[in-house]
Design a binder for this molecule. Structure first.
Ligand code: ADP
Length: 169
């Protein structure tokens, strides 16, 4: 059974096996969680992202996919980069958002990570309503078979924390 834990705070301060990054498909860094992870984790992470891009993801990492790098100076062994979908009011993209959580857990399993911290993927610049982002995140983790023993959702502000708390129950 995978335990779900909720923390209000900064994901770059977590001590876990793997920290999930809400990356963009370029893998070359961005704002939000992505910017914070690269800032605190140092240049090693970006260097590995660049190599991955050159070797495997010339067209970018596809939405809903996940790939791991070193965690640099973060207190973790790996960063798992996943690309969330941009929210759409006209099209249901929740399966792609679910895929981010499933694929990140699959990569975590491959690595042997037992504790994994997730941000609220797509719920920032990508515009996903927090309540629905929490529904997909918690529902997908609960429905995924994984060797990860602890999933820690790290929520940046109180409304995000409350939205996840309502789903975890
Ligand atoms: P996306 O582009 O997938 O929407 P963002 O990074 O813009 O990703 O935002 C995703 C969520 O992460 C938002 O709820 C945002 O408030 C939150 N966030 C931003 N910085 C941090 C951080 N350092 N730790 C945890 N969550 C963060």
């Amino acid at each position: 059974m995978t335990g779900i834990e909720l923390v209000r705070g900064d994901i770059t301060r977590q001590s876990v096996d793997a920290i999930v990054n809400a990356a963009n498909s370029s893998l070359l860094g961005g704002g939000g969680v992505d910017g914070a992870i690269h800032r605190r984790g140092g240049p090693e992470i970006l260097a590995e992202c660049r190599k991955l891009r050159a070797s495997h993801y010339g067209k970018g990492l596809r939405t809903g996919q996940a790939v791991a790098t070193t965690a640099g100076r973060l207190d973790a062994r790996w960063v798992i980069h996943t690309v969330g979908p941009v929210f759409s009011g006209s099209e249901d993209r929740s399966e792609l958002l679910a895929s981010c959580y499933r694929e990140s857990l699959r990569v975590a399993d491959e690595l042997g990570a037992r504790t994994v911290a997730f941000p609220a993927v797509s719920a920032g610049v990508y515009g996903w309503p927090m309540d629905d982002a929490a529904r997909v995140a918690v529902g997908t983790v609960r429905d995924t078979r994984t060797s990860v023993s602890e999933v820690r959702f790290v929520l940046f502000d109180e409304p995000a924390y409350e939205a996840f708390a309502a789903r975890v129950g």
